[in-house]
Design a protein around this ligand. Sequence first.
Ligand SMILES: [Zn+2]
Length: 119
Amino acid sequence: MGQVNEIAFQNQASTIESITLRIGPLSGVESQLLKQAFPFVAAQTIAEDAELIIEELPVVIVCKQCGSRSNVVPNKLICSQCGDYHTQLISGDEMLLASVELIRSEPGKDGSLEEVNHV
Ligand SMILES: [Zn+2]
């Protein structure tokens, strides 16, 4: 939430519409739990009415034997080309803040400013 608040502040946002997170299955973050916790975390903040969107990242490994990349399931990090288990994880354990949709506060559209101009 700290990162989101910072973005909102920099953009002079008045409301946050949605927050998109990309979460790998091996990140240790439970997307379901995160979704359940979000309303409590966001309550009384600028993101109070925001929608939390979670995109699952694929688990990608590179094989140390044949060098090919494969998309695999989290509990089976085996090369899909040659079947070797000497593989290195490239993607799947990260949690990224992908995007934040926000509404800027625009004082120019505020009626009170027009009055000031007429004076
Ligand atoms: Zn391989």
